[in-house]
Write a protein that binds this ligand. Structure first.
Ligand SMILES: C[S@@+](CC[C@H](N)C(=O)[O-])C[C@H]1O[C@@H](n2cnc3c(N)ncnc32)[C@H](O)[C@@H]1O
Length: 238
């Protein structure tokens, strides 16, 4: 089985317990990170009607934030579409949000039209995309000119200071035990620290976004650099 297929299968296996494990493991801190991401982008589209695509939507959490926060900024969401290759994750998402549209697809091949969306978000998903360069090309293709890409991700640390050591200890020793206990699949939760280690550091990901035709407007790390937010504007077709 190819690496990408294995990753998708792993998400299929943990899908029924994903939300519970996520709530326990994140202790709710991700809520603030997600809200800040939505706020920064929705402010740019005040009083407008927009299309939003959430790639690697999983069980749909980010889509819920887009919907709930749009009203505050008087943004009308014409369409809110979730894309994910895991049928198990989508099954849970559809139960939680029957009003949204979902497509079972990889980030590299969304099946959406050229220049069809104003905003594309991907939260804690890009790390799992094996063909990242092709995916960024696809995001550029489906975004309108001047549209925004919003990425939340755990990036690789460059230096190994005290705080990095604490984060790494939590990720490699505590999280797999708790995640494994809840999901009965410890291997899946051992994948998280290794996937961060195999991902890029913040600066390298910024470079990749630039090369893919995006201009970085916000690059902000949260909670002692645990998570990083990237907001970038499409400035050219790639
Ligand atoms: C950690 S979950 C994040 C889910 C959700 N975005 C959130 O914030 O909770 C990662 C998701 O990425 C999806 N995924 C894995 N490989 C992918 C790919 N190549 N293209 C799109 N999504 C992918 C998985 O199926 C999974 O639902």
């Amino acid at each position: 089985m190819q690496k990408q297929e294995k990753i998708v299968q792993m998400f299929n296996e943990i899908a029924p317990t994903y939300d519970l494990a996520n709530r326990v493991l994140s202790m709710g801190v991700d809520i603030r990170w997600r809200k800040i991401a939505c706020k920064i982008v929705l402010e740019k589209f005040k009083n407008q009607s927009i299309n939003i695509v959430d790639v690697a939507c999983g069980t749909g959490d980010m889509m819920g934030f887009w919907k709930n926060m749009a009203n505050k900024f008087n943004v009308k969401i014409n369409s809110l579409t979730g894309i994910d290759p895991s049928s198990g994750m989508l099954e849970v998402a559809k139960q939680k949000f029957p009003e949204f549209k979902f497509i079972e697809a990889l980030a590299t091949n969304t099946s959406l039209d050229d220049a069809s969306t104003n905003v594309l978000s991907i939260s804690y998903g890009i790390r799992n995309v094996v063909e990242r360069e092709a995916a960024l090309k696809e995001f550029n293709r489906i975004l309108k000119d001047g549209g925004y890409i919003v990425v939340l991700e755990f990036t690789k640390r460059k230096k190994s200071g005290f705080l990095t050591k604490i984060r790494d200890f939590y990720l490699s020793k505590i999280l797999p035990k708790i995640g494994g206990f809840i999901s009965k699949n410890q291997e899946a939760y051992e994948y998280l620290p290794s996937s961060i280690e195999n991902f890029l550091d913040t600066e390298s990901f910024v470079d990749e976004l630039r090369k893919a035709g995006f201009e970085i407007e916000v690059c902000k790390s949260f909670s002692m650099d645990i998570s990083t937010l990237f907001v970038a504007r499409k400035f050219k077709n790639c």
